[in-house]
Design a protein around this ligand. Structure first.
Ligand code: KG4
Ligand code: ZN
Length: 340
């Protein structure tokens, strides 16, 4: 006899994307994101504008996700939402919505940690994508985080390395800003890199102890490099954009790979999963793929739609918590900062 399926609605609103997904057990029935383009004009996310846009987007996005999944709200068994970390005003829109819906439908409410969700996105049932087996190392790289996490099981996660200043996504976005590219610049640097020579320019890699990272020095180095060269040739950036992007991206990938190699050496764990918005980067994806042959690792690269912020990843953690009956009351609070 087959068990009755669990239908779960997941909401993600930690930063500037309003996202909703519907899952049937560990399968994604719908996964929609309303991107907020309003921030592009400001060169970064404006928190006040983000929460206002979430308020406008959340009802239509949830409606569309239910419709696309072919599910009515009365069929839902639980609602999961992002508790943190993130922008408080943004988080509150998602949590208030999830709370009211769980009260109205009288179904359980599940709170999810955003960075855990980036890690466990690999457990979404997707044809052609293997799920990691425990223990594995997760490299979580996003606009706000850069961490190496030792994952022993669904509830045992240990941060064994993290950035001491900027996140890797910020390194991409700030470089893009220096080059005059719009926010978020990560995807554009990726695109230009494909046409450029990664060895055209060399940047010094930061010396940071153990498994920790630092990206602020690299950003300053790039700023001075661009200023110096633009003084000599005002068209320097325009004429060499692809080579600059490829060289910066190459340096960032080397920094990440050096630390991953050290983490493998220290832990003896050869299974590596990447997650977070920066794991959309084609250079990083290819390097990780090549590492299987080069180092004998088993690497897990998420499906593209589960890399940048999305609600399906909140849903998969929600599903695990549903199975563990790990529910919250409606007094649960959103947290801008929250331990992994
Ligand atoms: O996980 P995410 O969507 O939001 C946060 O939780 O921060 O990550 C956003 C970050 C941004 O810094 C963005 O520039 C970066 O991910 N990003 C990329 C690429 N796609 C997104 N960075 C490099 N290459 C990409 N293809
Ligand atoms: Zn994220």
């Amino acid at each position: 006899m087959t068990e009755k399926p669990i239908y779960l609605l997941a909401i993600e609103s930690s930063c500037d994307d309003t996202a909703a997904a519907v899952l049937e057990n560990d399968k994604v029935l719908s996964n929609l994101v309303a991107r907020q383009h309003i921030h592009e004009a400001y060169g970064g996310v404006v928190p006040e504008l983000a929460s206002r846009a979430h308020q406008q987007n959340i009802v239509p996005v949830v409606d569309a996700a239910l419709k696309k999944a072919g599910i009515t709200k009365n069929q839902l068994h639980a609602i999961a939402f992002t508790q943190g970390p993130g922008l408080m005003g943004s988080l509150l829109v998602g949590s208030s919505f999830a709370k009211s819906m769980s009260i109205a439908l009288n179904i359980p409410l599940i709170a999810v940690h955003h960075m855990q969700a980036h890690i466990f996105a690999h457990f979404i049932d997707e044809p052609g994508f293997d799920k990691p087996t425990f223990p594995f190392l997760a490299l979580t790289i996003s606009g706000g985080h850069t961490q190496i996490v030792k994952v022993t099981d669904f509830s045992t996660l240990e941060i064994i390395g993290e950035t001491t200043d900027d996140a890797v996504g910020e390194a991409f976005d700030k470089t893009a800003k220096i080059l005059g590219l719009p926010y978020p610049g990560g995807p554009l640097i990726d695109q230009f890199s494909k046409e450029g020579n990664p060895k055209a320019y060399s940047f010094t890699k930061p010396k940071v102890d153990d498994l920790d990272f630092s990206f602020s020095g690299l950003k300053t180095q790039i700023l001075y490099f661009i200023q110096k060269n633009t003084q000599l040739n005002p068209n320097f950036v325009e004429e060499n954009k692809t080579d600059i992007c490829a060289s910066v991206q190459h340096t960032i990938i080397e920094i990440l790979m050096d630390k991953l190699n050290l983490a493998v050496k220290q832990t003896g764990i050869h299974q590596i999963a990447i997650g977070g918005g920066v794991s959309a980067n084609s250079g990083i994806r290819q390097t990780l793929k090549d590492a299987e042959q080069k180092y004998g690792w088993k690497t897990y690269i998420p499906k593209f739609e589960y890399t940048t912020d999305n609600a399906a990843m909140i849903g998969i953690v929600g599903y695990q918590k549903f199975l563990a009956q790990n529910f919250e009351s409606s007094s649960v609070v959103s947290k801008a900062r929250i331990e992994l």
